[in-house]
Design a protein around this ligand. Structure first.
Ligand SMILES: [Fe+2]
Ligand SMILES: [Fe+2]
Ligand SMILES: [Fe+2]
Ligand SMILES: [Fe+2]
Length: 439
C-alpha cells in the first residue's frame, strides 16, 4: 500500500506533551509477550535514543537560535517517547534475557534489511555484520543457561536459530578497517538511507545497553564477555555509520531522522500483535508525522529544496520482524570465513595478507584468553556440550561451520577447536537420556 508521509499532517507539536501516566505505561508480561513485540520495543527505544541524541548534536552545531528552540521542543518529545518505549520492558526481565532480545533484534533486522536493500555493497555489509551478531546470540545463550537457567527459546521462541556463527574472537578488527564506502546522497534510494540509519540506531543502543548493564553480574567471565561483545558493537556502529554520506547537511539529516522514525513506527503499527502496544505505535506514528512536517519545512526554508528529493514519495519498510532462519543459514554456510579487506572491501581467511592489521588487535585483545571461547568451555561442564536451539539439520553442521570460520593465525589460547566441539557433542549424545530432563 502506498503511503506518502509528506502528505500527512500528523499531530501538531503543541499537542504532543503527555503527562507522566501516559509517558510511563504498563510493562508487558515477559512470559506472554510475543518475541517480535519485544524486538520492536527494543528497536524503537534505540531509534528514539538516536533521534534525541541527534537533535542535541544539531543544537550544538547550529548557530540559528530560532531553530534551536524548535529542535529543543522536539527533542523533549523524542525523550518522552524513549521512556515509553524502553519502559515497556518489565522489571523482572533480567539483563541476560533482555540481551538475548537485543541480539535477536540484530539478527532478524539485519537479515530482513539485507534482503530488502537495493545497494549491493550495503547489502554485503549487512550480511557481514549479521554473522557477528548471530554468534553473539549464541555466546550469550551459554551464560543465560549457566547463570539463570534460561533456555534460549524462552526468549527467541523458536524464531531465530541459536548456534555457532563467525567466532566472536575474530570480530575484533583494527578499527581503521571498519569504515566502509559511503552511499551517494544524490542517487541512493530512500530505503538504503532508512535501512542504514535504523541499523546504526539499533547497534548504538546495543552497545550502550552492554556498556550500562554488563557489569551487573558477579560472574567474572560473563562480565568479560559483555566487554568483549560491547567492543564488537562499537565496531558495528563505526561500520554502519560510515555508509552514510557525510556531506548531507544538518537539515537533510534531520529530515532523514524523522522519516526513519515514521517508517519504523508505520511498520510497527502494521505488524503489532499486542493491541495495547499497537495503540502506542499508532500514537507515535502520528507524532512523528508532525515532526516530519516540521523537518520538511526547515529543509525547504534553509536548503531551498524539495524534501521528496531525499525521502521520495512512499513509505519504506525497514523492520519487518519475522523468522529469518533459512536466509541466515544460507549466509552462514557461505560466508562464515569472510573477513574485512584492506580497501573497504571483503576477503576470506585464506586470502588475508601476513600483515593484516586486525591480527595484531586480536593477538593483543585475546592474549590471555577470549571470554567468548570460555563460554563454551564452561557450559560443557554443566551440559556436556554447548547450548544450541536449532533443528537437527542445522545442529549437525555446527562443527563444519566452526572449522570454516576459525582463523589459524591469532587464535586465542583457549579456543574451542572443531575436534573438541565434536567430542563434546558425542559425549552429550552418549549421555543424552540421563541429561534430557535438564534441558
Ligand atoms: Fe521519536
Ligand atoms: Fe551483537
Ligand atoms: Fe551488532
Ligand atoms: Fe521524531
Amino acid at each position: 500500500m502506498s503511503f506518502n508521509a509528506l502528505k500527512e499532517k500528523g499531530m501538531p507539536l503543541e499537542k504532543q506533551l503527555r503527562n507522566w501516566h501516559q509517558i510511563v505505561g504498563k510493562p508487558y508480561n515477559k512470559v506472554e509477550v510475543d518475541c517480535y513485540t519485544r524486538t520492536r520495543q527494543i528497536l524503537m527505544n534505540g531509534i528514539e535514543v538516536e533521534g534525541w541524541g541527534f537533535k542535541h548534536q544539531f543544537n550544538r552545531y547550529s548557530p540559528d537560535t530560532e531553530v534551536k528552540g524548535l529542535i529543543a521542543q522536539i527533542s523533549r518529545i523524542e525523550d518522552s517517547q524513549q521512556t515509553t518505549a524502553n519502559w515497556m520492558g518489565p522489571a523482572d526481565q533480567s539483563v541476560l534475557e533482555t540481551t538475548l532480545g537485543y541480539e535477536q533484534v540484530a539478527v532478524d533486522l539485519t537479515a530482513w534489511m539485507a534482503q530488502n536493500e537495493p545497494d549491493k555493497y550495503v547489502k554485503e555489509t549487512f550480511d557481514f555484520g549479521l554473522l557477528e551478531d548471530f554468534d553473539h546470540l549464541y555466546r550469550y545463550s551459554q551464560f543465560a543457561y549457566m547463570v539463570e537457567g534460561i533456555k534460549p527459546n524462552e526468549i527467541v521462541q523458536g524464531q531465530t536459530d541459536v548456534v555457532i556463527g563467525r567466532p566472536t574472537q575474530h570480530h575484533h578488527n583494527c578499527n581503521s578497517l571498519r569504515p566502509r564506502k559511503h552511499y551517494d546522497k544524490a542517487t541512493a534510494h530512500p530505503q538504503t538511507k532508512v535501512n542504514i540509519l535504523t541499523l546504526v540506531a539499533g547497534e548504538q543502543q546495543t552497545h550502550n545497553y552492554y556498556a550500562e548493564h554488563g557489569f551487573m553480574y558477579g560472574d567474572h567471565v560473563l562480565r568479560e564477555t559483555f566487554a568483549e561483545i560491547k567492543d564488537v558493537e562499537e565496531e558495528h556502529v563505526t561500520m554502519y555509520e560510515s555508509l552514510i554520506d557525510p556531506t548531507e547537511s544538518l537539515y537533510e539529516k534531520l529530515l532523514l531522522h524523522e522519516f526513519t522514525e515514521v517508517c519504523n513506527y508505520y511498520t510497527c503499527m502494521e505488524d503489532e500483535v499486542d493491541e495495547r502496544i499497537k495503540k502506542t505505535w499508532e500514537l507515535f506514528l502520528d507524532m512523528e508525522l508532525g515532526h516530519l512536517q516540521l523537518a520538511a519545512d526547515l529543509f525547504r526554508k534553509y536548503e531551498k529544496r524539495d524534501p521528496e528529493e531525499v525521502i521520495g514519495t512512499d513509505i519504506v519498510i525497514p523492520c519487518r520482524f519475522m523468522s529469518q532462519k533459512a536466509y541466515v543459514q544460507k549466509v552462514l554456510e557461505k560466508e562464515v570465513d569472510k573477513r574485512l579487506g584492506m580497501n573497504k572491501d571483503y576477503t576470506t581467511i585464506d586470502e588475508l595478507p601476513e600483515d593484516w592489521p586486525s591480527y595484531a588487535v586480536q593477538e593483543r585483545a585475546n592474549e590471555i584468553s577470549s571470554p567468548t571461547e570460555n563460554a563454551i568451555r564452561l557450559v560443557s561442564i554443566y551440559h556436556d556440550r554447548d547450548i544450541v536451539a536449532a533443528d537437527e539439520k542445522t545442529k549437525n553442521k555446527e562443527v563444519k561451520i566452526l572449522d570454516k570460520g576459525l582463523q589459524e593465525k591469532a587464535l586465542a589460547d583457549n579456543t574451542v577447536l572443531p575436534e573438541e566441539l565434536e567430542e563434546m557433542i558425542e559425549e552429550h549424545e552418549a549421555r543424552k537420556e540421563e541429561k534430557e530432563e535438564l534441558i
